[in-house]
Write a protein that binds this ligand. Structure first.
Ligand code: EPZ
Length: 431
C-alpha cells in the first residue's frame, strides 16, 4: 500500500499562502521553449512530479536545463534527432502531448506513445492531430507509437476546432507560431493558461492576436528568440486551498493570486456561506458558520466553473445544509472521488457526469484512495472536516499537481502527515 496522508480533521485553518505558478501553464511553457533557438528562463516554477517528467522529455529531445532555486533555465539542443519521446515519461501524463508541435518544428519528426494523464474518461488527441495534418504534417500510427513527420515544415491554415480543447489549442498555437504564413484558429479554448502561453511566445517574437478570445490569429515566424517569463499563478491550487478553508473553517489569505482567475469558484463558496474578500493580488477566504447547499452547478470551459476545481469544491459541500450537485460537462469520470466521500460518511451519489450531495452533519474518518490528481486533493479537503483520523492513499497522484499540499496545509494548522505503511510516520518534507 505504501505512502499515505494521515489527516486528523476538525481543526480550523489560519494564515497566509503564496500561490505557486500554474502547473497547467508551466507544462506547455516547458515544451514551447523548444520553439525558440535561445535560452528561456521560467521563474517561480514549482518542482512537481509532472514538471520532472516533462524535463525528462525535454532532455531526451536534446534540451538542457538548470534549476536555480525556483528559476528554471532551459536551452533547446542544436543537434538534430529523431524526436522520440521517452515512453515512460510520455505515458505518465497528458502534458507529453505538448512536445508534438515543438519537436516537429525542431526535428521535422516526432514519435510518442499515446499520452497518459488522469483517468477522467476518454481523452483522445484527434483535434491535435487533425490540425497538425491540415498544416502539412503526416500522421501515422506504427503499432502503439504515433509518428508525425513534416520534412518540409508546417504551413498556416484557417481551422475550426470541433470543441474548445485546451491542449489542442496549445498544440496548434505552438505549431502556428513557426509555420509558414498565417494561421487562424477558430473555436479555441480561452483559459488563462492559453493567454499565458501566447504572452510567452509573443515575448519570444511570435506574432499572435486574440488569445483568450474564441479566435486566435498567428503570423508564422522563421525563428524565435528566448525570453525570461513568470507563469501565472495556479488558479486550481487557489481553489483547492479555498475549498480547504470552506471544509475546515478558519480564515486564510491566498497571496499572489488575482480573484479574477477563479470567479465562478469563489462565487459558489460565497453562495454556500463563506466570506470572500477580493483584493487585486490576493483573496481572503473565511468560514465561521455552517454552510448551506448551492443547488446544481455545471462546469464548463473557461470562463465557466472549472472542471478541475469541481472535486475539491464538492468536498467542501459535503457538510453543507441542504442539496448541492455539480455536473461536469467536460469529462465523463471527474467524480471517481465520490466513493471516498461516501466512505467518510457523506451522502454523495454519482449520477452520470454529476455528483449529487445531500449535506450531512458530520463526516467520519476513513481509509480511502485517491485515483486522480484533483480527486485525491478532494479527499484531503473532505478529511479536514472529519473530527477523526483518515488515511488517504494515492499520494503519487496528488504530487503530480501540488508541490507540497500536505506541508502547506500543515503550516495553516492542519494535522496532516505523510506516512508510509512500511515505516513510521515521516515528517512532511515534500519536494
Ligand atoms: C487540460 O487538459 C488540463 N491539463 C486539464 O487539467 C483540464 O481538466 C482540461 O484541460 C480542461 O480544462 C493540462 O492543461 C495539462 P481538453 P486537456 O483537451 O488539454 C476532449 C488537471 O487536473 N478532447 O480541454 O487534456 C477530451 O476528451 C488536468 O490539472 C477530444 O475529444 O483537456 C475532453 O473530454 C486534468 N479530442 C475534452 O475534450 C482532443 O483532441 C476537454 O479536453 C482533445 C480533447
Amino acid at each position: 500500500m505504501g505512502e499515505y496522508l494521515r489527516v486528523w480533521g476538525g481543526r480550523p485553518l489560519f494564515g497566509r499562502v503564496r500561490i505557486p505558478a500554474a502547473k497547467n501553464s508551466v507544462l506547455p511553457l516547458l515544451a514551447a521553449s523548444m520553439l525558440s533557438d535561445g535560452e528561456t528562463i521560467l521563474t517561480e516554477v514549482p518542482d512537481l512530479a509532472d514538471v520532472r517528467q516533462s524535463l525528462a522529455i525535454f532532455k531526451a529531445l536534446q534540451g538542457s536545463y538548470q534549476w536555480q532555486g525556483n528559476r528554471l533555465k532551459l536551452k533547446p539542443g542544436s543537434e538534430m534527432n529523431a524526436g522520440v519521446l521517452p515512453a515512460d515519461a510520455a505515458r505518465a501524463m497528458r502534458s507529453s502531448v505538448f512536445y508534438l508541435a515543438p519537436a516537429l518544428h525542431r526535428f521535422g519528426r516526432v514519435q510518442t506513445p499515446m499520452p497518459g494523464g488522469c483517468k477522467l474518461g476518454p481523452r483522445p488527441i484527434d483535434i491535435h492531430l487533425e490540425g497538425l495534418s491540415q498544416m502539412g504534417a503526416k500522421v501515422e500510427w506504427q503499432g502503439e507509437e504515433l509518428v508525425v513527420t513534416a520534412p518540409r515544415g508546417l504551413h498556416g491554415m484557417d481551422y475550426a476546432l470541433r470543441l474548445p480543447s485546451v491542449g489542442a489549442t496549445e498544440t496548434l498555437l505552438m505549431a502556428a507560431v513557426r509555420a509558414k504564413g498565417e494561421t487562424i484558429l477558430r473555436g479555441v479554448a480561452r483559459e488563462p493558461e492559453i493567454v499565458d502561453l501566447a504572452n510567452y511566445l509573443i515575448q519570444c517574437g511570435a506574432v499572435i492576436e486574440g488569445a483568450g478570445s474564441p479566435v486566435i490569429r498567428v503570423r508564422g515566424q522563421k525563428q524565435l528568440h528566448g525570453a525570461e517569463y513568470t507563469p501565472i499563478p495556479d488558479r486550481i491550487t487557489a481553489a483547492t486551498l479555498a475549498a480547504a478553508v470552506a471544509s475546515a473553517c478558519g480564515h486564510v489569505t491566498l497571496e499572489h493570486c488575482s480573484p479574477e482567475l477563479l470567479v465562478p469558484e469563489l462565487l459558489v463558496l460565497e453562495q454556500a456561506g463563506c466570506g470572500i474578500q477580493r483584493k487585486e493580488d490576493s483573496i481572503l477566504v473565511e468560514r465561521s458558520r455552517p454552510l448551506k447547499g448551492v443547488g446544481r452547478i455545471y462546469t464548463g470551459v473557461y470562463p465557466g466553473f472549472s472542471t478541475d476545481a469541481a472535486p475539491v469544491i464538492a468536498a467542501a459541500l459535503l457538510t453543507a445544509n441542504g442539496r448541492s450537485a455539480i455536473e461536469d460537462t467536460v469529462f465523463e469520470n471527474r467524480f471517481a472521488c465520490a466513493r471516498g466521500f461516501t466512505e467518510m460518511g457523506a451522502n454523495a451519489v454519482r449520477a452520470g457526469r454529476a455528483v449529487e450531495i445531500q449535506g450531512v452533519r458530520n463526516l467520519v474518518g476513513a481509509t480511502t484512495q485517491g485515483t486522480d490528481l484533483r480527486g485525491g486533493a478532494a479527499l484531503v479537503v473532505a478529511a479536514l472536516a472529519a473530527k477523526e483520523q483518515s488515511n488517504i492513499y494515492g499520494v503519487e497522484h496528488i504530487r503530480r499537481g501540488y508541490k507540497d499540499l500536505p506541508s502547506t496545509l500543515q503550516t495553516l494548522g492542519a494535522n496532516i502527515k505523510l506516512c508510509n505503511d512500511e515505516q513510521t510516520e515521516l515528517e512532511v518534507t515534500e519536494g
